[in-house]
Design a protein around this ligand. Structure first.
Ligand SMILES: Nc1ncnc2c1ncn2[C@@H]1O[C@H](COP(=O)(O)OP(=O)(O)O)[C@@H](O)[C@H]1O
Ligand SMILES: [Mg+2]
Length: 329
């Protein structure tokens, strides 16, 4: 075993994984959050009672929602993200537990805000406490990630409670909070469930990528990441065949495609090759999915007959952000 070689490879892949690509949907998100922030601040300055609104970011698993919001909040010049050691925080970002209840989500918010509950309380009391602590910390925006779990397998009355809780956060008399919800496309159902709630949200979609619109950018990522890893990248790797297969293998989701490129680079470095080649994509897909060549979209002639979801998991019901990525990490 060559620990030094592994360490060098790990350094390269860690560096590549930490990179953030500003894609066109990210620019839309940046604009929507910028306006939301500016509106909250202008309302506060005006001193008039107002009602906040929100942004709903939807996209499939692996489209890059969590990464985009985390990058935006971490690098934003005027929005400071909640940390335990500071009282004032413009943004609090919370992961909705799965499976969840209104009460569990409220508890997660309280823990995130630094006030874990010691005793059991009703959902109503918990959400009043959430509102109270958001006001104490002067929090303008509350981000709930995987927000579709707020509506999974809910009865009509539970759905009403979720909708009312979200509305009351935004309509609070003294301290209305702007909501940023991110999640899978069925999050739209939650918002459409109530027209009053729905019209308070600006929707942003992280849509799938396609060969027709994104081939150039995907080729650029292969070229740039390859170069940064010290590998030569032949023109063939940036050509139609490889790029088409890559987009297909990544389920047309930008984040999955990027992860596959990094995984292929890792295979190239492991094999000691000075060049990035198709074989490395074959090896990356096969390592992550455990599939034979005949099911590998980088091998099979009629690659659209293969199933890129092999990369995700064998059990569709278990697909969550974590399981999707555990295959590629
Ligand atoms: N803009 C980006 N630049 C670089 N890597 C990205 C970008 N968006 C997503 N990724 C990669 O894709 C992975 C999956 O993205 P993630 O944000 O978890 O997707 P989602 O939350 O939509 O399921 C991330 O771990 C990250 O490595
Ligand atoms: Mg996510």
């Amino acid at each position: 075993m060559d620990q030094n070689k592994f360490a060098r490879i790990a350094q390269v892949t860690v560096k590549l994984s930490a990179k953030f690509l500003r894609h066109r949907n990210y620019q839309k998100l940046e604009e929507a959050i910028g306006l939301l922030e500016a509106t909250r601040r202008a309302e506060l300055e005006s001193g008039l009672p107002q009602e906040a609104y929100g942004v709903a970011l939807v996209g499939n698993a692996g489209s890059g929602k969590s990464t985009a919001l985390s990058h935006l909040f971490r690098t934003h010049p005027t929005l400071n993200l909640l940390r335990q050691d500071v009282v004032q925080a413009d943004v609090a970002s919370i992961l909705v537990p799965s499976p969840s209840t209104l009460k569990l989500v409220g508890r997660s918010c309280l823990t995130g805000l630094g006030y874990p509950l010691q005793r059991d309380r009703t959902a109503g009391v918990i959400w009043e406490l959430v509102q109270h602590h958001l006001q104490q910390r002067q929090t303008l925006l509350l981000h709930l990630d995987e927000a579709q779990d707020l509506m999974r397998s809910r009865s009509a009355s539970e759905m009403t409670a979720v909708v009312n809780t979200l509305k009351s956060l935004m309509q609070h008399k003294e301290w209305p909070v702007g909501l940023v919800l991110s999640g899978l496309p069925d999050l739209k159902q939650l918002l459409n469930n109530d027209t009053q709630l729905g019209r308070r949200f600006e929707p942003i979609e992280f849509s799938q990528i396609s060969y027709e619109t994104d081939a150039g950018n995907v080729a650029k990522i292969i070229g740039q990441y390859g170069k940064e890893s010290g590998l030569a990248v032949a023109d063939e790797m940036l050509g139609r065949d490889v790029v088409q297969r890559l987009i297909y293998a990544g389920s047309s989701e930008l984040g999955i495609v990027i992860k596959l490129i990094i995984a292929a680079i890792r295979e190239a470095l492991l094999s000691g090759s000075p060049r990035l080649e198709t074989d490395h994509f074959i090896a990356a897909f096969s390592r992550k999915s455990g599939c034979v060549d005949d099911l590998n979209p980088f091998v099979r002639e009629d690659f659209t007959e293969t199933d890129p979801r092999l990369l995700l998991t064998t059990n569709e019901d278990l697909v969550t952000a974590d399981t999707v990525w555990s295959g590629l990490k």
